[in-house]
Design a protein around this ligand. Structure first.
Ligand SMILES: NC(=O)c1ccc[n+]([C@@H]2O[C@H](COP(=O)([O-])OP(=O)(O)OC[C@H]3O[C@@H](n4cnc5c(N)ncnc54)[C@H](O)[C@@H]3O)[C@@H](O)[C@H]2O)c1
Ligand SMILES: Nc1ncnc2c1ncn2[C@@H]1O[C@H](COP(=O)(O)OP(=O)(O)OP(=O)(O)O)[C@@H](O)[C@H]1O
Length: 355
């Protein structure tokens, strides 16, 4: 890919991220590329939607994030609006989404610039809602815990028409998940959950998560949901602490939408998108969550070793019995010799792929 303008999203609370920003700026200067820092927390005006943020930064075609997964999600929210690619530099605690170690940042930028980087596309979710989402003013004060004011509710897409019963199409993309969670401590969310327009069940729960395969390792995973390969498309529905016997995840096909309709006796519910509060639902309101046409383009300098990363970042441990049986399982299980024709279409990592 050719880069014309770089956007920088920096975790300003972290010295190593601020230092890495100087490195990226110096690299851009050396290559004659404009580099705009995107202050996603800017409070001198209202916080901007992803599209506004991208335009204000001159529509960069590469967004570099310097921080953890939260910083990466903030960069992805902006990049997806203009089909820019995202290079996530790992300066966080878990760093599941950020694959480039900080010492490789210049090499990664070189790889992008010379067309040697790989671009991996990840599925995102978008939404429709029964009414334009709003965040009541009184909720703002709870959100200002160092981060600054909340993002605005997702705007309604201009082409969306009201009154046909299908709700309003929102201009929003979730890389991880759309979560409907209880707002009042003492009142669960009660919602009818519909997949492809059919009632799966009415749930009473702390929260209901609709996740992408990328998001399957985030909140959905913490609630016992399965790990999905980020290379696939699917819509993952996981309830959090449902007060009922059926508490399993349902993995729907990518063209099967999941709708959540808040029932009359439910408590109010917050809608969070990739961890950010973006609206509040009252009884009678509904949202539909479905695969978006837009994808997040992730820059990779090596083919993603998702399962190696899962083992590494989640500190997966081997069964104790296998450890006492002598030789432990090798990290790689593939021969060095050429791939036979019948295996040629399979995703097989090089023998010593980086994590
Ligand atoms: N109980 C939970 O685990 C829980 C609760 C609320 C939100 N979340 C997740 O947090 C996400 C927002 O992340 P954040 O960093 O802004 O908030 P955060 O700082 O609260 O992060 C939650 C944790 O999830 C990790 N994470 C984020 N996306 C991930 C992914 N795709 N795969 C694996 N781990 C991931 C982060 O590194 C962090 O350790 C939301 O999309 C939601 O999925 C998790
Ligand atoms: N730009 C910023 N300036 C100052 N503080 C920030 C900034 N971004 C995040 N923080 C603070 O850093 C803490 C962690 O934020 P966040 O979870 O978003 O980071 P992250 O990028 O996900 O990294 P980590 O993986 O370490 O959590 C929060 O307390 C947040 O208020």
């Amino acid at each position: 890919m050719t880069v014309h303008r770089v956007g920088l999203v920096v975790h300003q609370g972290r010295a190593a991220a601020r230092d890495a920003a100087l490195t990226v700026r110096a690299w851009c200067e050396a290559h004659g590329l404009p580099c705009t820092e995107i202050d996603v927390w800017s409070t001198d005006q209202h916080r901007r939607s992803g599209r506004e943020e991208a335009h204000a930064a001159g529509d960069p075609d590469l967004v570099v994030t310097l921080g953890g997964d939260g910083t990466f999600l903030r960069g992805a929210r902006i990049a997806v609006k203009t089909s820019a690619s995202v290079l996530g530099v790992d300066l966080g605690h878990v760093g599941f989404l950020t694959e480039v170690p900080v010492q490789d940042v210049t090499a990664a930028l070189d790889a992008v610039h010379t067309g040697h980087a790989l671009v991996e596309e990840r599925m995102t979710l978008t939404m429709r809602a029964s009414r334009p989402p709003e965040i009541p003013e009184e909720l703002e004060s709870f959100l200002c815990f160092g981060h600054g004011p909340a993002l605005p509710p997702p705007p309604v897409r201009p082409e969306s028409t009201e009154g046909d019963g299908w709700g309003l199409a929102l201009d929003v993309n979730a890389l991880n998940d759309v979560v409907v969670e209880k707002l009042a401590r003492d009142h669960q969310v009660s919602a009818g959950v519909y997949i492809s327009g059919r009632l799966l069940a009415a749930y009473s729960a702390d929260a209901l998560v609709v996740a992408t395969p990328t998001g399957s390792t985030a909140y959905s995973f913490a609630a016992g949901g399965p790990v999905l390969s980020p290379h696939m498309d699917a819509v993952v529905f996981t309830p959090i602490a449902p007060h009922m016997t059926f508490n399993r995840t349902v993995v729907a096909a990518p063209d099967e939408p999941v709708a959540l309709r808040i029932l009359p006796h439910s408590g109010r519910a917050a809608v969070t998108i990739d961890g950010q509060l973006r609206g509040v639902l009252d009884p009678g309101d509904w949202i539909g969550v479905y695969r978006a046409p837009q994808r997040v383009r992730l820059i990779r300098i090596h083919p993603t070793d998702f399962y190696g990363r899962l083992r590494d970042r989640f500190r997966l441990t081997d069964a104790p019995a296998t450890a006492s049986d002598g030789e432990s399982a090798p990290f790689f299980f593939r021969p060095d010799s050429p791939v036979p024709p019948d295996l040629a279409g399979l995703r097989l990592l090089p023998p010593t792929a980086a994590r």
